[in-house]
Design a protein around this ligand. Structure first.
Ligand SMILES: C[S@@+](CC[C@H](N)C(=O)[O-])C[C@H]1O[C@@H](n2cnc3c(N)ncnc32)[C@H](O)[C@@H]1O
Length: 283
C-alpha cells in the first residue's frame, strides 16, 4: 500500500511534534550532563577505585608479576659485576647496586613490591591524582625502593622528561590497553633503555578469535572503554612488541584467575631486550 505522506503530515500537528521533541531533548540533555560530570569526576574517582581494585588484582596476579619481574634480580647481579657502569644507590643507609627503572602508567605503585631492594624508580603517570596514593604507598610499604621522581606525562612522548639510553629497565603493566598509540609508547621505551636494557610488560589482551570471549569483548568494547578510562579489550600487543626492533623478545599468553570477568582473563606477559649494537647507533 503506497504511503500517503500528506495524511501523515496532517496528523503531525505542532503539539504532537512537541510530544516527541521535548522528551528527546530532555533525555539528550541528561546524557550530556552525565557525560560532563563523568569527564570531571572520573580522573578523581578512578585513582580511588583503581587503588582498591589493583590491590585485589595483584593478590590474584601476584605470582605472574613476580615471575615476570624476577629477571630484575639478574640485572642487579650484572650491575654488581660491573660496578663502574651501575651506580651505587643507598636505601636506609645500606649500599646496593642501583637498578634504574622507568615505570610508565605507574598508578598507585602496585608493582613496587616486586622491585629488588635499592631500585630507583622514575614514575610516569598522566593522571596527577595518583600522586598521593603512590607517595603514601611507597612511604608505608616500600622503604627499600627509591622513588627518584614522578613525571606527569603520557608514555607516548617522554622527550624532555627521560633521556635517551638512561634506564636499565622499563616496566609497563595494564597500561597499553588504554594508551592512544601503542607503537609510540614502545618507541619511547626503546629510546630510553640503555643497551641491553629490558622492557617488562604484562597486559590483558584480545581473546583468541572466534571464541565467545572474543565476541563478548567486541560487543561490550564501546561501553567498557567509555567508563574504563579508554581501556580497550581487543588489543593484541604482541605484534607491536615484535615489530619494534628489540633484539630478544619472548612473551607468553596466559589466563587470569576465573574470579576475573571473562573479558579480562586473556593476558600476555613478556620481556624484550634492547640490542647492544642498535643501541650504539642511538646512545
Ligand atoms: C589499570 S592502571 C595500571 C596501573 C599499574 N601499572 C598497575 O599495574 O597497577 C592504568 C594506568 O595507566 C595510566 N595511563 C593511561 N594512559 C596512559 C598513557 N598514555 N601513558 C602513560 N600512562 C597512562 C592510567 O592513568 C593508569 O594509572
Amino acid at each position: 500500500m503506497p504511503v500517503n505522506l500528506t495524511k501523515i503530515m496532517e496528523k503531525l500537528t505542532f503539539t504532537s511534534v512537541l510530544d516527541y521533541v521535548v522528551p528527546v531533548t530532555l533525555f539528550l540533555g541528561v546524557l550530556l550532563i552525565l557525560h560532563v560530570l563523568k569527564q570531571m569526576l572520573l580522573p578523581h574517582i578512578y585513582p580511588m577505585f583503581l587503588n582498591s581494585f589493583m590491590r585485589k588484582y595483584n593478590e590474584a596476579m601476584g605470582s605472574f608479576k613476580a615471575e615476570l619481574l624476577k629477571e630484575m634480580k639478574d640485572q642487579v647481579e650484572s650491575l654488581r659485576e660491573k660496578p663502574v657502569d651501575g651506580g651505587e644507590g643507598s636505601v636506609n643507609g645500606e649500599s646496593h647496586p642501583s637498578l634504574t627503572v622507568l615505570e610508565i602508567g605507574v598508578g598507585a605503585g602496585a608493582n613496587f613490591k616486586y622491585y629488588p631492594d635499592g631500585t630507583s624508580v622514575i614514575a610516569v603517570e598522566p593522571n596527577k591524582n595518583f600522586a598521593s596514593y603512590l607517595e603514601q604507598n611507597v612511604a608505608e610499604h616500600f622503604p627499600r625502593v627509591r622513588l627518584e621522581r614522578t613525571v606527569v606525562a603520557f608514555g607516548e612522548d617522554l622527550r624532555g622528561h627521560v633521556d635517551d639510553c638512561s634506564v636499565d629497565a622499563v616496566v609497563i603493566t595494564l597500561v597499553l590497553c588504554s594508551v592512544q598509540d601503542v607503537d609510540a609508547v614502545i618507541r619511547e621505551v626503546k629510546r630510553v633503555l640503555k643497551p641491553d636494557g629490558k622492557f617488562y610488560f604484562l597486559e590483558h589482551v584480545a581473546a583468541d578469535p572466534q571464541t565467545w570471549t572474543s565476541t563478548l569483548q567486541w560487543v561490550i568494547q564501546p561501553i567498557w572503554s567509555y567508563f574504563g578510562d579508554g581501556c580497550q579489550l581487543t588489543r593484541k600487543i604482541s605484534a607491536e612488541v615484535d615489530r619494534a626492533g628489540f633484539c630478544k623478545v619472548h612473551h607468553q599468553r596466559f589466563r587470569a584467575h576465573p574470579k576475573f570477568p571473562r573479558v579480562l582473563r586473556p593476558h600476555l606477559m613478556g620481556v624484550a631486550t634492547k640490542s647492544v649494537s642498535s643501541a650504539s647507533q642511538s646512545c
